[in-house]
Design a protein. Sequence first.
Length: 599
Amino acid sequence: MDDDARTELALEVRDLVDPLVSRFSAGRARLRLGVNTAIHDDTAAELEAFARPLWGLAPLAAGGQAVPHAELWVRGLAHGSDPAHPEYWGEPADHDQRIVEMAAIGFALALAPEQWWDPLSGPERDRLARWLLSALPRKTTDNNWLFFPVLVGLALDRVGVPYDRSLITARLDRLDTFWLGDGWYGDGPTERRDYYVPWAMHFYGLLYDTLTGGDRFKDRAARFAGDFRHWFADDGAAVPYGRSLTYRWAQAAFWGALPFAGVDVLPWGEVKGYLLRHLRWWRGRPVTGPDGLLSVGYGYPQPALAEQYNAPGSPYWSLKAYLPLALPEQHAFWTAKEEPAPVLPAVSAQPHAGAVLMRAHGDVTLLAGRQHHPWVRHGAEKYAKFAYSTRFGFSLPNGTLGLEHGAYDSMLALSDDGGAHYRVREEPAAHYVTADTVLSTWHPWPDVEITTWLTAAAPWHVRTHRIRTARALHTAEGGFAVDRDAGTDREAGPGHARVSAPAGLTGLRDLDGRREGEVVDCLPGTNVLARRTALPVLVGRLPPGEHWLRCAVLGAPDGGEAETAWREPPPLTHPTTLAHLPTTAHPSTTAHPTTGDGT
C-alpha cells in the first residue's frame, strides 16, 4: 500500500461496492447476491446485503469523498421502509435479523445524514423513521446485539426524531454487566472471548462515545489494545479463531475505531500499521468469485465455514475496517508514517480469553482452553482446538469416518470403535491460565476424563494429557495442517511425524516415544487457509486406566531455522512435578446458553 493510504482504502471500498450494482432489485431496496441458506428469511437476507455495504460507504461520505452509486441506497431506503411498496422490508420481530441490519442503516444516518437522509422527501423520512423506531422495543439476544438498537438511536438523535430513551439506557446498562476488566468483555454472559470483543463490543462502544461526545467506553478500548496487538502476526495476519470468520478483515476494525474515537493509547503510526498490514495481507487472496462478489469463507470460498446466520451478503461486514475514512485527510492517523509493530514478548497470557498467545518467526499461535460454542456449526473446531495459527489456520471436518475426513489438526481425537469414528474436545469443563500454560478438563464420554496442559515453548508448544478412561481407546493427535499443493517433504516413524512445504514446516515429537507417526492427506476444502493439506499425526492405543500422553508440536516457516528447531525439541518433565503447571482446574461459573446469537 503506498503512502496515500486514505486514497487506497477509498479505492478498495469502491472496488468492493461496484460489483453489487447489477444485483439491485428494481426498487433498489434489496440486493440479491445468491441463494440464501441462512436461518433468517430471504427478505432479511436481501436487506442484509443492502445494508452492510454502508459500513464502508458511510465513512466515505463523512470524510467528504465521493460515494459511488449513492442514489441507489437513497432510493432503497425510501422503498424498503414503505409498507405500501412491494419491496418493504417488514417490521422486525423479537430477535429478528432485521434489527442487525437496521443498525448499519442507523450508523449511516448518524455518520452522514446529508448523504442518506436529506435527499428523502418529507413522507419518505417519516416512513423511514417509523420503521427504525419499530426496532427499539424489540427483544434482542443478550450479547453484542444489545448495541444494535443503540446505533438506531444514534441515527434518530442525529435526524431529530424523538423516542423513548429508557429503551437505550437499559441496554447500555446491561452491556456494562459484560465488562470483565483488563480490556475484556464477554459477548454476553458466556465464556466466549473472540473477535466479537474488538469488532462489536469495543467498535460499537467507540462509535457511541464519538457520536454522543461521551467517554463511557473509550478507556475500556484503550486497555484492550495492549492485549489485542498480540493477535496479529508480523505480516498482518490475524489468528483465525471463533465464529463469523467470513467477516474477514473486520478483524482489524478495532484499529480503525481507535483513531475515529481519538483514543491515542498507542502511537498513530503503530495503529496505522496494524490496520494497513492486515488489509495488505488480504489483498490478492481468492475471497471473491468471478463476479467480484465477496464469498462465504475465509482464505477462499468455503461454504462449510458458514454459520447458520450467514447469508450471501454477510461477508460485507468486512467493510467495518474502513471506518477511518470518516476522518479528514489532515488527521494525525493519516499523516503519521506507518510503523512496524514493536518487539513484543514471545508469550502473552490472556486469562480473560482463556488463552496464551505465542510469537515465533513472526507468526502467532493461540493456545486455547476455555471457550466453546456448541450452537454454531463446527463450534468445536472454531473454539476448542488446542492451537490456532496465523500461518496454518485450522481445519473443519468433512465427515467423521477416519482421519482424512476429520482433519484433526491441533486436536486429540479418540475412538472407541477401532478408529472408524472419533470424538474430540468440544466443551472444556474447567480452565486455568498461567504465565505460559492453558489447562482444561474435558469429557469425550461420561467415563473418560482428560486434563490437558498446553505450554508455550516458542517456537514449539508442548501438550500434556492425563487420560482416565474406562474404555479402550484409539488416539490420533494432529499437528498443524500445511498446504500440500506445491509439494511436500515428509517423514514419519516411531514417535515423530513431520511435513515441510513452501507454506511452512509442521511436526510432532512424542516425548514418551510410545506413539507412531503418520502423515494424512486431509480431504480438500477442510482447512480455512489452504484448499488441500497434509497433516502430521501421532497415533496409539490405550487400554482402560490412567495414562499420560505428551508431545512437542512445531509450526514454523520452512527453512533452516525450522529444520534446526525440529532437531531440538524442548525438554519437559512430568507436569505433576512442575509447580507452574496446576494439576487441578478452576471450574467456570459462567452460564453457557445455547440459543441462537448470530449476526
